[in-house]
Structure formats: C-alpha cells, structure tokens
Ligand binder design. Structure first.
Ligand code: NAP
Length: 264
C-alpha cells in the first residue's frame, strides 16, 4: 500500500521489506540514517527495541513504550513515533464515532492494546476498562499508563466486565483472538445500541467478533482501516503528502480481494 501511494504521487521511492535478526538492528538503523532513506517502519517484535537506536522519540510513542515508524531528518537524525494510536483514532473518526466523554473497553494487554488505551484517553475517554486473559498484564498496563487517565484492569468475563461493556461507547478487541484462533474475543450482548465494536484483527476481515457485532446491528470496524490510516499518517511524515488512504485501501483490495467488504 505504501508503494501504491509512492507511485500515485510520483515519489521516486520504494517501501522495502527487510526481515532482520535482532543482531542486525544496530546496522539497520545506521543504514537508515543515510540520505537515501525517508524513514522506516518497524513491527513486532522490534517495536520496543527500536527505541534504543533513535535520536528522538515523540511523547506519544514514549508513553506507549513502542515505536512503529520513524522519519529521517536532513542531518541523519532519526525521529521515532507511533502511528498505531493515531491510526486507530483516525479509523474511529472515519466511522463518525468519538471516544470523548464516555467509558471504553479494551480487551487485551499487549503492545497494540497499549497504543489503543493511550489513544482512547488522549481522545478524552472518561475511563478505560482493560480486560485480559492474564490479569497481571492488564494491571501492569493500567499502572504504567495511569498518569494519562483512569484505567481499570479486569478479567475477560464476569459482572465487572459486563457493567463496563454496558456503559462503553467503544469496545475494542486488541487480542489475537479471531486471527490465530477462531473464538469470539468478547460477548457483544451487554453493549449499548450506540456502541462501536472495533476489532484490530484484519485477517480474516470477518472475525467471529465482527460477525456477532454485525448480527446485533452494532457499528463495526475491523483492523484494516486502522492499518490503512496508520500507513497514511507515516506516509505523510515521510513525504509531506496526505490523503492517501483511498489509494492504500484500493492497493490492499487489489492485493487480496478477500479484504474488500462486499467480497465477504
Ligand atoms: P501481543 O502483544 O502478542 O498481545 C496479544 C494479546 O492477545 C494479549 O493480551 C494476550 O493475552 C491475548 N491473547 C492471545 N491469545 C488469546 C486467547 N486465546 N484468549 C484470550 N486472549 C488471548 O499482540 P499485539 O501486538 O498487541 O497485537 C494484538 C492484535 O492486534 C493482533 O491481532 C494484531 O494483528 C493486531 N494489530 C492490528 C493493528 C492494525 O493496524 N489493525 C496494529 C497492531 C496490532 P495474554 O496477555 O493473556 O497472553
């Protein structure tokens, strides 16, 4: 999708996939400082480790504790930032929804959940209930982001979770459930009728959660729009060119027709 945006905007650049070992990280970031680089993207498992090799880490990324993109300055300095959080919020906005002034629920306590919880609080959510299979990880997340707002850790099921769901404006699946396993990430029945169900998973695009929320008539967004929006934000930081989401979406649909909603 990045290459489609480069081509459509006449930018002479290529987005290249580099599988690297952890021993190669230092040399990778040394190379990324050279003039032919606009910037870089980094994904699991290097979103934390990358931070040690950068000159500046923007406040959002530093609060989240992970960098997923960066831009090279003219002097070769590398600035790291996190577009998962801003991409998530941009996708929520594109659905005509807002997190402001209402509680939210996030299921999961890994790297993506951290970005989403931070984003929800940044967007003015009243509180975030973080439920996770391993409750200690939910407690750790709540503690480490506590200066940004009210975060309540809890289990995946039970009355506390049902209460939190009942008042949530947005309920997010930030686990791998639906991608690596075919289960339902959470029960959508306790949600109010105006709630948005946001599944970070995008392969497959129609997870059991997406199907259950759609069957209940709720607003639903899968992870594809967040993937596109975070890519659009990074692209703008590298090139100064915005509004590439439509080009990126079309490129993804062309790459895998199954991702197109009407194909499901
Ligand atoms: P991660 O750090 O490995 O965290 C995985 C989370 O899933 C943990 O909370 C884990 O719970 C939970 N989990 C795994 N298997 C489970 C199960 N069987 N039942 C209940 N919970 C389970 O992964 P991540 O990087 O945060 O990514 C999470 C998801 O977000 C992935 O599907 C990823 O593809 C997606 N994502 C999407 C975007 C996007 O742009 N759309 C961006 C980033 C990530 P425990 O703590 O108990 O192990």
């Amino acid at each position: 999708m990045q290459n489609a945006a480069f081509a459509a905007n006449g930018v002479d650049a290529v987005y290249e996939l580099r599988p690297i070992e952890s021993s190669e990280i230092e040399s990778f970031f040394a190379e990324a400082r050279s003039p032919e680089f606009l910037g870089f993207g980094v994904t699991a498992p290097y979103k934390q480790l990358a931070m040690r090799h950068l000159d500046v880490i923007e406040p959002g990324a530093s609060a989240i504790g992970a960098v997923n993109n960066g831009v090279r300055q003219d002097d070769g300095a590398l600035i790291g930032f996190n577009t998962d959080a801003s991409g998530f919020l941009s996708a929520v906005e594109a659905m005509g929804k807002s997190a402001a002034g209402r509680p939210a629920v996030v299921v999961g306590a890994g790297g993506a959940a951290r970005a989403v919880v931070w984003a929800l609080l940044d967007a003015g959510a009243e509180s975030v209930f973080v439920s996770n299979r391993t409750i200690e990880r939910a407690r750790d997340l709540a503690e480490s982001l506590s200066s940004h707002g009210e975060i309540v850790p809890g289990p995946l099921t039970g009355p506390e979770m049902a209460r939190a769901m009942g008042s949530a404006s947005i309920a997010v699946n930030a686990t791998t459930v639906g991608m690596t396993t075919d289960g339902l990430a959470f029960d959508v029945r306790p949600l109010g009728e105006d709630a948005l169900v946001f599944d970070l998973v995008y392969v497959p695009p129609d997870t059991p959660l997406v199907r259950a929320a759609t069957a209940r008539g709720l607003a639903v967004c899968n992870g594809l729009e967040m993937l596109i929006r975070q890519g659009e934000i990074a692209f703008e930081r590298w090139t100064g060119i915005g509004s590439t989401a439509d080009i990126m979406r079309d490129a993804l649909y062309e790459w895998d027709p199954q991702l197109r909603p009407e194909e499901n």
